[in-house]
Design a protein around this ligand. Structure first.
Ligand code: SAH
Length: 458
């Protein structure tokens, strides 16, 4: 096993799925709510008092003809759709508010943000249902109940997403379970205002040994979240902590300041990719580009699909865990780890003449804004072209995209362009998404963020 390389820090396309918790789609303004009509009139200014759950403290009145997405249960109300906020009493971020049409018709109930573009997050469409602790408890229990039906008691896979934001009815909260520990991420300021209530409820639901919080930097700023990262309940996982996935042990570090956790959304895709590699290119020489802690490559090795793996990642700390995982699986001798930026490594490999039978390309999220989608698509094009140039005839390409703003259709078009340019026709054998513990919400297209295409190239 060797570790070589040129660079040590992640570059360029940053901020993919947050490592602790994985990804929540970044909320872009739905077209109906474009912020093009100037600021709404806010009455009164937030006094900074802690928000309470229960009785609504305000009414958010929509502009004319802006109600439709919210009748369809889209949970994000942006400034641009709001005519005014009428407060019956003082309100602050996290206060309960009713959403009404300009006609006065009641639509939904949510939590207000005093000073963010995403003004109101909706949680209830039943006028008789108070937005209180009980509602949060119900949603948490329902998400947990679904996971235990999907997985049974934690066993062969004891790392899973227990609650995934919008799709589980709690926009802005993500909860991952690693064995007996929970990793929690808030992506909504108004919900983070009730963090202690959420932690209480998670303790009641799971009796975890510890709860760890981590807020993605950009998200914390956009949503004005002031939670400190770290252990908020119980204890931190012990040194050398590992969890089971696909019958293999994986080291996980949930402590602050590190890239931690697993990309749980790719769990089933790691298995599917190794099944395809075993069938199409048995004994493959494999390239695992953006390998993180070795998920795709080490799974393919352990399942006998690949004979050797070169893993590439820009993060030294991720590669250190990959090295440990390989040793744990008894695969160390079959692995080479390269620290470096993907584009540079692709160029180096091309120049060296090294070729592969199977390549996985799983980059971080490349765009967070609609403005930069075209640019990101050019990045995906360049990456995938680089991969195809290194792939032996008949080889397997597993190509992924976790940018919620790039639709499956657009990603497919990009790939068609690459195949044409490189002159390597592609057959897509499986068009996959995230594992079922990462449900999506049909009314929020961006929540279907993960695309994982299993292809064979001529
Ligand atoms: N395939 C992995 C998950 C990949 S996450 C798995 O199965 O677990 C994306 C990875 O890309 C992260 O580990 C991050 O460190 C890495 N990364 C970010 N920018 C990079 C770059 N320019 N070159 C190489 N790796 C990069």
């Amino acid at each position: 096993m060797t570790q070589s390389g040129t660079s040590s820090s992640p570059d360029g396309p940053r901020g993919r799925r947050t490592v602790v918790i994985g990804e929540e789609p970044v909320p872009p303004p739905p077209p109906q709510a474009a912020a093009d009509d100037g600021p709404p009139s806010l009455v009164p200014q937030p006094p900074g008092e802690p928000a309470t759950l229960g009785e609504p403290a305000a009414r958010v009145v929509l502009k004319p003809r802006r109600a439709q997405p919210f009748h369809f249960r889209h949970p994000w109300v942006f400034d641009g759709a709001v005519q005014r906020v009428e407060a019956a009493e003082n309100f602050s971020t996290g206060s309960v508010a009713d959403l009404v049409a300009d006609s006065g018709e009641w639509i939904a109930r949510g939590l207000l943000h005093a000073d963010a573009n995403l003004k109101l997050r909706l949680y209830s469409w039943d006028p008789d249902r108070p937005l209180d602790r009980g509602l949060f408890a119900e949603r948490i229990a329902s998400a947990a109940n679904l996971r235990s039906r999907l997985f049974g008691a934690p066993s062969a896979t004891d790392a899973r997403r227990e609650l995934f934001s919008e799709a589980d009815g709690l926009s802005g909260l993500t909860v991952d379970r690693y064995g007996e520990y929970l990793a929690v991420q808030f992506t909504a300021g108004p919900l983070a205002a009730h963090a202690e209530t959420v932690f209480d409820l998670l303790e009641e639901q799971y009796s975890p040994k510890g709860i760890v919080v981590r807020t993605e930097k950009g998200m914390g700023e956009a949503e004005n979240i002031h939670l400190s990262d770290g252990v908020v309940r119980g204890e931190a996982p012990p040194e050398g902590f590992a969890v089971e996935e696909n019958g293999l042990r994986w080291g996980v570090d949930l402590t602050v300041g590190q890239k931690t956790g697993l990309y749980l959304d790719q769990r089933d895709n790691r298995r599917a990719a190794s099944d395809l590699i075993a069938a199409a290119t048995p004994g493959a020489k494999m390239l695992d580009l953006f390998c993180y802690t070795g998920g795709f490559g080490l799974t393919a090795l352990a399942r006998g699909a690949a004979a050797s793996v070169r893993g590439v990642d820009a993060s030294d700390s991720a590669l250190a865990l990959a090295v440990m995982n390989a040793a744990r699986h008894g695969s160390a001798d079959a692995c080479t780890w390269t620290a470096g930026k993907a584009f540079n490594v692709l160029d180096d490999l091309k120049a060296s003449g090294e070729r592969f039978d199977a390549i996985v390309c799983d980059p971080p999220k490349m765009t967070r804004t609609r403005k930069s989608v075209e640019n990101a698509l050019r990045g995906y094009h360049q990456l995938n072209a680089g991969c195809l140039e290194l792939l032996n005839p008949g080889g397997v390409l597993v190509t992924c995209c976790c940018s919620g703003l790039i639709s499956r259709e657009k990603f497919g078009q990009m790939l068609a362009g690459v195949a044409a340019r490189v002159g390597r026709p592609l057959r897509i054998l499986e068009n996959r998404g995230a594992a079922p513990d990462h449900p999506t919400a049909p009314q929020i297209p961006e929540s279907e963020y993960l695309k994982c295409l299993l292809c064979v190239a001529d």
